[in-house]
Design a protein around this ligand. Structure first.
Ligand code: VGL
Ligand code: ZN
Length: 243
């Protein structure tokens, strides 16, 4: 009986690697698998605002790194929607509104557990403005969320009471959109909730991982990716998109 030596196995593996690497014979196949957004796809750019980038009041680590990636991605989409976290000055999600409470602790509200945050994205302030380097002139809608004093909204589709729609699903459906690509800040909060609610509203959904950054509060990053996987949210990279 002929036994396959380690050397032979390595040789075969090496040949396959050469074929599939850039420029190899199979490279065109790999390229064909790339995502080409069409008229039925939308890029949802979540909360790329001053408060969430380094130096902001609720800074997401390396949050600014998503900006050049998103600017480039937005150019290949026919449809781009931008979200803005947009809170009442005494918003219920602010730790400052709850005596004895500190940021990142939780409280119970009528609609469930609420994480308390530092004051951020107060309506009309510089902190709530879109980050200056975000350049998406072709964006067609800016949707603001979390503007009611007593209800938060991580999701761009439904407020934290899980009942009140923002209108985004209706807008996208009326425009014939089938697939939502979600990117921005923060992966484990507003990006994840938006992608999960996109699925609930009947859209295909994917999160562009390297075009997003997370807060990662007590395992929230792993939890978010797990729930997204269960819900059928795809996990893609900016390099998967045809340039
Ligand atoms: C966000 C916490 C509080 C987000 C917004 O954009 O992910 N996180 N408000
Ligand atoms: Zn917020």
């Amino acid at each position: 009986m002929k036994t396959t030596t380690r050397r032979e196995v390595l040789k075969v593996f090496g040949a396959f690697a050469a074929l599939t690497s850039a420029g190899g014979a199979l490279a065109p196949l790999a390229r064909a698998a790339q995502i080409k957004p069409d008229a039925k796809s939308v890029l949802i750019v979540v909360d790329v605002q001053n408060c969430f980038v380094p130096g902001g009041s609720l800074a997401v680590q390396k949050g600014d790194e998503v900006v050049p990636i998103i600017n480039k991605l937005a150019k290949v989409f026919d449809n781009v929607v931008i979200t803005q976290d947009w809170h009442h000055p005494q918003h219920v999600s602010f730790a400052s509104q709850h005596a004895g409470k500190k940021p990142f602790e939780t409280i119970k509200l009528p609609y469930g557990t609420q994480v308390l945050w530092p004051d951020h994205c107060v309506q009309g302030t510089d902190g709530a403005a879109l980050y200056k380097d975000l350049q998406i002139p072709n964006a067609q809608l800016v949707i603001r969320k979390g503007f009611r004093q007593n209800v938060d909204s991580y999701s761009a589709f439904v407020e934290a009471d899980r009942k009140t729609p923002t209108g985004l699903a209706g807008y996208l459906k009326a425009r014939g959109i089938k697939t939502c690509y979600v990117a921005g800040l923060a992966t484990d909060f507003c990006v994840a909730w938006t992608a999960l609610d996109a699925r609930k509203a009947g859209f295909e959904a994917a999160v562009i991982e390297d075009a997003s950054r997370g807060i990662d509060l007590q395992g929230s990053m792993a939890k978010a990716w797990a729930s997204m996987k269960t819900a059928g949210v795809k996990r893609v990279q900016s390099a998967d998109f045809a340039a």
